[in-house]
Design a protein around this ligand. Structure first.
Ligand code: TXA
Ligand code: MG
Length: 311
C-alpha cells in the first residue's frame, strides 16, 4: 500500500520543486541519499530543525549532519585543516561525514550542532539529495528518516512505516546503494564505521591511517548503544535458527532471508536494514543473524548489528 501513499512522490523535477518549496517554507522532507533516507530541513532555520527532532521523537542533545553541495559550501560552514581537505577531495561527494570546527558566524542553527562548537558535514552523492540542496539553495540538516532508536530507512516505504503522518513528503528514488549510514571521522578518529572504511582512509591520509572505533565505545553523541534496534531480540553469529527465530543468512548460511548469498559484504550492507525490517515483520518472535566478516564495510555492518542486539 505504501507505494500509493499520497505523501510518497517518485524522484523527478516536480517532486524536487515541491520539496524545495517545503524546505524554504521551514518544513521537513524525507529524501534518499546514497546511504539511507534522510529527513531534511534548512540547517539555518531553528524552527525547521526543531520539526525534525519532533518528527523523530529524538532527544535534542543529539546533533545532526549538515548536507551541502560541494567543498566550497562546506568551507563556508566549517574550518578545514589539511587532513580534512584530503579526505573531502578523496571521498566527496560520498558517504563520509567530517566533524570539523564550526566556522564562527556560520549560519547554522545551534539545534543542529546541539550547542557543540563542531559541525558534522558531508557532500552526498545521491542525485535526489543533491538536487534538493541545489533547488532549496540551503545547507540541509538531515538525520536518518526514522523514529528515534528505530531502524534506518533504505526505501521510501520504510520512512512512511516509521514516521507516518509526521513527514509530509517522501521523495522515493528506490533502495539506497550503500545501505548503512555514512562513516563519521573527527580528526583521524572514526566515530562511526561506514561505507568509507578505515582502510580507504588510510590509503589517502599522509603518514598513516584512521583510528578505528574501539568496539562498543560511544564516541559520537548519537552513538547510543540502542540506536539501530529492530523491535525484536536479535542474536548474532548464528549458524542455525532456533524454532522461534527468523534467520538472516550470509554466504553459505542460507537462512529465511540472506544479506548476500555469495558472501559479498557490499551487497550485505546495502540489504542490511531492509532485511531487519523484514525480520521485524516476520511471524517469528526472534531474529538471528549469521556471522559477517569484519573486514572493509563488514566493520560497519557488525557495528549496526551489535547495536541492534543490545536493546
Ligand atoms: O549517512 C548518513 O550519515 C545519514 C544520511 C541521511 O546522511 N545521516 C545520519 O544521521 O545517519 P544521524 O542523525 O542518524 O546520525 C548522525 C550522527 C549521530 O551519531 C551524531 O551524534 C553524530 O552524527 N554527530 C553529529 N554532529 C556531530 C558532532 N558535531 N560531533 C560528533 N558527532 C556528531
Ligand atoms: Mg539515525
Amino acid at each position: 500500500m505504501a507505494a500509493s501513499n499520497p505523501r510518497i512522490r517518485p524522484y523527478g523535477t516536480a517532486a524536487i520543486a515541491e520539496a524545495a518549496a517545503l524546505i524554504r517554507a521551514g518544513g521537513i522532507v524525507a529524501v534518499p541519499t546514497e546511504t539511507v533516507y534522510g529527513l531534511a530541513a534548512d540547517a539555518g532555520d531553528s524552527a525547521a530543525v526543531a520539526r525534525i527532532y519532533a518528527a523523530k521523537g529524538r532527544p535534542s542533545f543529539n546533533p545532526l549532519i549538515v548536507h551541502v553541495a560541494d567543498i566550497a559550501m562546506a568551507e563556508e560552514l566549517a574550518v578545514f585543516d589539511d587532513d580534512a581537505r584530503v579526505l573531502a577531495a578523496a571521498f566527496w561527494p560520498g558517504p563520509l561525514t567530517l566533524v570539523l570546527p564550526l566556522r564562527p558566524g556560520a549560519p547554522i542553527a545551534s539545534l543542529v550542532t546541539a550547542g557543540l562548537d563542531t559541525v558534522a558535514i558531508r557532500v552526498p552523492a545521491h542525485r535526489a539529495m543533491q538536487a534538493l540542496i541545489a533547488a532549496a539553495g540551503r545547507p540541509l540538516a538531515a538525520p536518518s528518516a526514522n523514529r528515534s532508536n528505530g531502524l534506518s530507512p533504505t526505501e521510501g516505504a520504510h520512512v512512511v512505516a516509521s514516521l507516518g503522518e509526521a513527514v509530509p513528503l517522501v521523495i522515493d528514488d528506490g533502495a539506497c546503494a550503500a545501505g548503512v549510514e555514512s562513516t563519521i571521522v573527527a580528526g583521524r578518529d572514526v566515530l562511526r564505521p561506514g561505507p568509507i572504511t578505515a582502510e580507504d582512509i588510510a590509503c589517502v591520509l599522509p603518514g598513516g591511517g584512521a583510528t578505528p572505533t574501539p568496539a562498543g565505545r560511544i564516541t559520537a553523541p548519537g552513538q547510543l548503544a540502542t540506536h539501530y534496534a529492530p523491535a525484536k531480540p536479535l542474536r548474532l553469529n548464528a549458524t542455525a535458527a532456533s524454532p522461534d527465530e527468523w534467520l538472516i543468512g550470509f554466504g553459505a548460511i542460507a537462512g529465511d532471508d540472506t544479506l548476500s548469498a555469495t558472501g559479498d559484504p557490499v551487497e550485505a550492507a546495502a540489504r542490511l536494514f531492509a532485511a531487519l525490517h523484514r525480520a521485524d515483520a516476520a511471524p517469528a518472535a526472534r531474529i538471528a543473524v549469521a556471522p559477517i566478516p569484519s573486514a572493509g564495510i563488514g566493520a560497519a555492518i557488525n557495528d549496526r548489528l551489535i547495536r541492534a542486539a543490545h536493546r
